[in-house]
Design a protein around this ligand. Structure first.
Ligand code: GDP
Ligand code: MG
Length: 370
């Protein structure tokens, strides 16, 4: 199977949970005892604990789907990069995401510009790029906290008139911990007092040396407001994606991450999913965190009804029994009955774990009172 809770992982390693949580933080993942982590995350944490882990064929936890073995990823194909924009407040993250969307959404799709599903895909020279259109760092951090890694490349926005600020540093640290490549967009070059070289100079203090200065950090001067440098920036994203050799098997059961979710009065639970592996189809049954459902309808980022979505494509779906949480993972399973059974098992498990955590803390409290 693919997922394991932190508690189960600690049990398997025969290590105290606190030590495992510490190891996870060390590898850049903030995870609680009940959170599920994927194999790659577990492997990284185990490495820092100097324990070797080997992927098992099956899993006795009862919460994983045995059809989801990574060994099934046989036909790896190129997939679009998934990009998150980060940076200090007011440096132009929202403006840049708007500029990219407006520059790349064609007239015929223009009606969809107002559509907001938390992620969108643009096309440059026939190649797709998916942007996670999330406010600030929260979603990225929340997803990573839940063990989900849904970003391939980060565009770090730095205002040319302001330079590196605390949240810029925070973003750099997140990327380093998660080993996500950074492309720097030096924004607001139209503003008086803009100083691109000063930003590059400041970046070197954080180990990011611009390519033109002999380093390997791509820096692109842009103006989100005046739409300068947008295509250059997107070209650099595609170039980086090429180097990263991003691939996924589109011919397996779908798996991915919840980007956004809400309860719509008329439509019920609505979720934006980012497909990361396989292909998701209308009619598929999925397990999402502790909820489940059979996909009744699916829409793309322009609000158009679609029937299927492959790797790196964001979709809005209807048909879930409850509203999942952003950062939850989803997996396609055999049928709705299986999905419901697994969701119920997860709920029971989560509850009992919460209770045992509570009991521990009550005992701690009691011994302190004594
Ligand atoms: P965020 O907090 O990082 O999302 O920043 P916003 O996109 O909300 O931008 C903050 C302010 O900077 C807004 O008033 C924008 O209009 C302005 N701004 C963003 N990009 C540019 C730019 O390239 N040039 C100029 N002159 N202003 C910009
Ligand atoms: Mg903003």
């Amino acid at each position: 199977g693919e997922f394991i809770t932190v508690k189960e992982f600690a049990e398997k390693l025969n290590k105290p949970v606190a030590e495992v949580i510490k190891a996870l933080i060390f590898t850049g993942i903030m995870a609680g005892i009940n959170q599920e982590i994927d194999y790659e995350t577990a492997e990284k944490a185990a490495k820092s604990l100097e324990v070797e882990v080997v992927k098992a064929k099956d899993d006795s936890s009862g919460i994983s789907d045995d059809d989801q073995d990574d060994a099934l990823d046989v036909n790896m194909e190129k997939r679009p990069p998934i990009v998150t924009v980060m940076g200090h407040v007011d440096h132009g993250k929202t403006s840049l995401l708007d500029a990219i969307r407006k520059a790349k959404v064609t007239e015929s799709e223009a009606g969809g510009i107002t559509q907001h599903i938390g992620a969108y895909t643009v096309t440059l020279n026939g190649e797709k790029i998916t942007f996670l259109d999330t406010p600030g760092h929260e979603a990225f951090t929340a997803m990573r906290a839940r063990g989900a890694q849904a970003t391939d490349i980060v565009i770090l926005v730095v205002a040319a008139d302001d330079g590196i600020m605390p949240q810029t540093v925070e973003a750099i640290n997140h990327c380093k911990a998660a080993q996500v490549p950074i492309i720097v967009a030096i924004n607001k070059i139209d503003v008086e007092g803009a100083n691109v070289d000063r930003v590059k100079q400041e970046l070197t203090e954080y180990g990011l040396v611009a390519e033109e200065w002999g380093g390997d950090t791509i820096c692109v001067p842009v103006s989100a407001k005046q739409r300068i440098g947008i295509d250059d920036l997107l070209e650099m994203v595609l170039l980086t994606a090429e180097v990263e050799e991003l691939k996924a098997d589109p011919n397996r059961k779908a798996a991915g991450t919840v980007v956004e979710s809400e309860l719509d009065k008329g439509r019920g639970p609505v979720a934006t999913l980012l497909v990361q592996k396989g292909t998701l189809n209308v009619g598929d049954s999925i397990l999402v965190g502790t909820t489940y459902g059979r996909i009744r309808a699916m829409f793309d980022d322009k609000g158009k009804k679609i029937n299927s979505a492959g790797p790196s494509i964001p979709v809005e779906i209807l048909g879930l029994s409850e509203v999942p949480q952003a950062g939850d993972k989803f997996n396609e399973v055999k049928d709705e009955k299986t999905a419901r059974g697994m969701a119920e098992a997860r709920k029971i498990k989560e509850k009992s774990l919460q209770q045992s955590t509570m009991r521990v803390s009550l005992e701690d409290l009691y011994s302190q009172v004594k």
